[in-house]
Design a protein around this ligand. Structure first.
Ligand code: DX5
Ligand code: ZN
Length: 218
């Protein structure tokens, strides 16, 4: 199996010292950037300028998670800003196929995100086009929430669905991921672990990244 990718979520970083935070996680793979619009989720966070700034600093790929009501309208801004991976919520998209094509035309990886309450079957028609599926393991909007245990069964359902339709997207898990559950999450089918508070809530970010990485090999 390919090694698990680690994507620290900047939502939990020290925003007044973002340059040092990005340096501290340089052994990770992706920088996860949560875009929240205050409508799709109550919280309000980063926009395209943040994506461009992260992209200019260091070598981490920009993993952009759009939690917005209008992904159809705004995805282009994030592609122009240099997003390497773009996830949009299936629940919010009007024309998901068109969004995926737009992401691919810009040379980025396309992913669909599913809330905890959305069954994996919602993806079936789109699965063959996707580079990645983002499985939310908390309801989106805030860092530091607890991992919803039924996500493990959902990951196994997703793996079965992928086998049935002959698709092999990466699977990213986001929300409440830490050293205690990382091995189970990877065993259930995750390829990419997003980690906010379990990385930036620790004094030694680099050590936290390495612990998650090791858990992926257990
Ligand atoms: C939640 C965001 C997550 C968040 C995860 O809506 O999508 O990316 O940063 O934070 P933790 O790892 O603390 O649950
Ligand atoms: Zn996220």
């Amino acid at each position: 199996d390919a090694p698990v990718l680690i994507a620290p979520s900047l939502l939990s970083a020290d925003l007044l010292d973002l340059r040092s935070e990005l340096e501290a996680i340089e052994t990770a793979d992706w920088a996860h950037i949560d875009v929240m619009d205050g409508h799709y989720v109550p919280n309000l966070t980063f926009g395209p300028a943040m994506v461009a700034a992260v992209r200019r600093q260091g070598d981490l790929a920009a993993d952009v998670h759009l939690m917005v009501t209008n992904p159809d309208e705004c995805v282009g801004l994030y592609l122009d800003a240099g997003a390497d991976v773009v996830s949009f919520h299936m629940e919010a998209a009007r024309h998901p196929h068109r969004i995926v094509s737009q992401i691919h035309a810009a040379g980025a990886k396309a992913a669909v995100a599913l809330n905890p309450g959305t069954p994996v079957g919602a993806l079936e028609a789109l699965l063959g086009e996707l580079d990645m599926v983002l499985v939310m393991s908390v309801d989106p909007g805030f860092g530091g929430q607890s991992f919803i245990p039924s996500t493990l069964g959902k990951l196994r359902d997703l793996r079965r669905l992928c086998e049935r339709v002959g698709a092999a997207p990466l699977v990213e898990v986001d929300g409440g991921v830490g050293d205690v559950n990382a091995a189970d999450i990877v065993a259930a089918g995750a390829d990419v672990l997003v980690a906010g508070s379990s990385v930036f809530g620790r004094p030694d970010r680099a050590a936290a990244v390495e612990r998650l990485r090791r858990a992926g090999y257990l």
